[in-house]
Ligand binder design. Sequence first.
Ligand SMILES: C[S@@+](CC[C@H](N)C(=O)[O-])C[C@H]1O[C@@H](n2cnc3c(N)ncnc32)[C@H](O)[C@@H]1O
Length: 175
Amino acid sequence: MSSTEKSYVPTHAEFVVNFAPGEYNSGLCTLKDFKAGEIMALVTGTTKNKKTYTSVQYGSGPEENFEFNSDLSYINHSCEPNVAVDISSNQPKWHLRALKNINAGEPLSFFYPSTEWDMTQPFGCTCGKPSCLGKIQGALHISKDDLLACQWINPHIMQLVNLRDARSANGQTQQ
Ligand SMILES: C[S@@+](CC[C@H](N)C(=O)[O-])C[C@H]1O[C@@H](n2cnc3c(N)ncnc32)[C@H](O)[C@@H]1O
């Protein structure tokens, strides 16, 4: 990511990046309260990109990825997230939605496999939640039951899950 703590200019008045020493230890926090179900921000200013550790997959094709180009890139993953990245509608309606009541000062998190099928940079999750899945590498590696237990999974991911499971039931290997 291009921003450093010294040169940091927030992109969203409601959010702030909490910079932490070390690689990938920073995250985004909210400066205001949100109620469950509330739209927290529209996702604007994105650009299409190849798959990277900051990109978000918006369709079933592996080349369908965008970059937030904003502080939203600092939202970490949690296995019990407080935010949905909802890209189920057309682009102008892409948004972040509160999955629960969120208080000012809380870190924001979304469930990365809700957008990502097969991640370019898997990692060992440190969310520490009871339902933590451990290694996070995309929905390809998660059972349909585990995904259905999540509060929000985007339709392109459920489409790929159904295809994977149908192929596997027919004895075909995953591409
Ligand atoms: C899009 S970046 C998020 C911001 C990142 N934490 C930073 O400081 O630049 C995604 C990367 O953050 C780290 N990350 C995000 N959520 C994590 C989690 N729950 N546990 C461990 N690492 C996480 C991983 O290294 C992941 O590849």
